[in-house]
Design a protein around this ligand. Sequence first.
Ligand SMILES: Nc1ncnc2c1ncn2[C@@H]1O[C@H](COP(=O)(O)OP(=O)(O)OP(=O)(O)O)[C@@H](O)[C@H]1O
Length: 753
Amino acid sequence: MDVFKFLSKSSKRTAVPPLQKLPSAGPVTNPQLFGHESDGQQAEQEKRSRKRKRGQVLEDKAAQLPAEIDFFGGVPQVGGKKRQSKVDREAHTDGEAAPLPVYGTTVELENGSDDSPEPYDEDECKRILRSHKLKIVVLEDFAQKSGEVPKKKLKKRKKEEELSGKEKKKEGKSQLFPPPLTSFAQLTTRYGINRRLADNVKEQGYKMPTEVQLGALPLLLGGKQQKSLPHASVLAADVDLLTVAPTGSGKTIAFLIPIIDSLLSKSESKGEPSEGPRAVVIAPTRELASQIVNEARKLSKGTGIKAALMKKGMEVIERAQDDTPQEHLTSSEDEEDGASDSGEDWKMVRRTKPKRRQAERVKAAILVATPLALLNAIKHSNGTISSLPSIRHLVLDEADVLLDPLFRDQTLSIWNACTNPHLCVGLWSATMGSNIDALTLSTLNTRWATLSSSRSNTPLPPRPPLLRLVVGLKDSALPTITHKLIYAATEQGKLLGLRQLLHPTSLPSNPNTPSLRPPFLIFTQTIPRAMALHSELRYDIPPEAGGSSRIAVLHASLGSAARASTLARFRAGDIWVLITTDLLSRGLDFRGLNGVVNYDVPTSAAAYVHRVGRTGRAGREGGVAVTFYTSEDVPHVRGVANVIRASEEMGGGGGGGGKGSGSGVEKWLLDALPVPSRRDKQRLKRRGVEARRAGAEGKKGGGGNVRISTKSGYERRLEGRKRGARMGSARRKGEEGRVKEAMSESEFEGFDA
Ligand SMILES: Nc1ncnc2c1ncn2[C@@H]1O[C@H](COP(=O)(O)OP(=O)(O)OP(=O)(O)O)[C@@H](O)[C@H]1O
């Protein structure tokens, strides 16, 4: 039986669309998003890099499949070297952060041989930073704005400044133009970072620094730069840094390189304990934390610096025999992030039965943890929190979510527990609400005041300045992605639309409908919906193409082992379609992901930016982001539409990253969509679209009609066939009444009422 023919018999079969650029089908030609044309040095680098050897790895299994079940149709069938770069091989062997080798194309890269002249001149620094859309400011003014000066006084001062035209001058003053890092070789030549660390960076095979690396590394390594370079006085000391840079722009190594280098430097380790954590990285999910550990291990290989993931049973503080932490987790396994039944994955739940743990003291210098896991480890049974005086570096990855009310108390408790006066704090994310600057500054000030009062005898060193680095347009999605916002009217419409994306030969010829090839991610609002959609779709891929094993679901109520194994299979290319919730929306790096489907609209513009940012990483073009919306979503979809429009404008207007695919959001649609109130936005962020919450099914007026049928597609098809046979037989017998009866039964019932 030709299952594929059977599956697609109701839809018009068209030829597989012509070859298109896909993130999974090509190497990163340029990981930088901006400034390509204007920067002469970059052009020179690109010219050099073209001479480098390239090799393409083809998907063997996909190449063997008949065209009609080749879900990857269009992958070039040309011969190419099936050799992977050292980086890819290494990344894959450790099971984390690996590219999708089967679909990926890898490049053998040379690195570090760059001999570009140093941009010592301040004007040159300005030109390069501006062409790459980097803006660095000192946030000290904020100290006053964040509460130390009464509001009335501030208003008066602002008015005076406006009248005297001072404000512009002031803004200009606080902006910095440090020498950008235009090549990784400068890590050694300019900053003299540890040799072994420099070699490890080189081994990653990156051709050139991304924008965030170009701007952040000089700020964080600034203390080591030559005094003749611009802003040497500000950067001579440690800095606290708040960074907003696009998804997939390489923020992880931008914060890890300076930490590892500083842990290796003799001056820092003087007087510090040689064992135990000296740097802590906090991430909102276990998946992201483990990915960061993996990156840290690659960069610190052979240096003696160890990185560890905080797990249950690990201890970071000395505990008395009877000091068992009161708070534990609900999951039977060592999970930090549980999930409520409404599918809010960030939500924490606590274990009810206290359980004695086998203590194992953390020896690694870099500790990566989710907030609750670390907080539990430093909390005593009487509720007090131990301080962590050895911590010199604190990184909040996805800082905006870590400082969101859901995590805020935990994050701030950890931050305040870091009592080392030399602590450097880094806050990193692709999105940062306007409140984060103020919250960061007030936390720094309060912490400093507490430290000062507790150390009246020994004066504190000067507090490091807080700098803010913004890359590109704040809170915007990648300009290299094709965005599509599709009105599907009803839940049934969304399922039909999704099936069209999934089935390669049923793709309509309409150029405005995106073609999306696996591997891709599908996001739903809640865990029950992810599970239901998985049941609905699991038999959609025919057995010849791998069948139900190609589609999987991953959410926070699964055990950690199951989560890790599903993620590893997705990264290895065994799973083609992964249905998930916002659990995977932040920070996860899938190098060869072709697209993202927002089956349910994201609950905020920031959530959209992060979800779609799983594709198009490190400058890869060809990523597709499809967002379905129904009549129920109309009041909430404006934020997403705005982000799409802005990213298209950034990418050169109209079709933006779509490159000729038409606009993802028409202007008339944007104008027609209602503007949600602040309250509505907050409500949506907290609860999602009400009608889709667990328990909303069937409620009249309140949002019934939203259940995703748990009856599998396979079962429905079998039933459909039986019905078809009954109708045929009835027709043959000419029994009109029976035909009518059979027809009434055959209506589509998959995605239910
Ligand atoms: N200079 C570079 N050149 C090419 N690729 C790079 C470079 N730096 C990092 N990468 C790769 O880019 C990918 C994305 O990096 P990373 O996960 O750090 O992004 P991110 O900015 O933290 O994204 P997100 O905001 O989604 O968390 C990784 O696969 C990483 O190996």
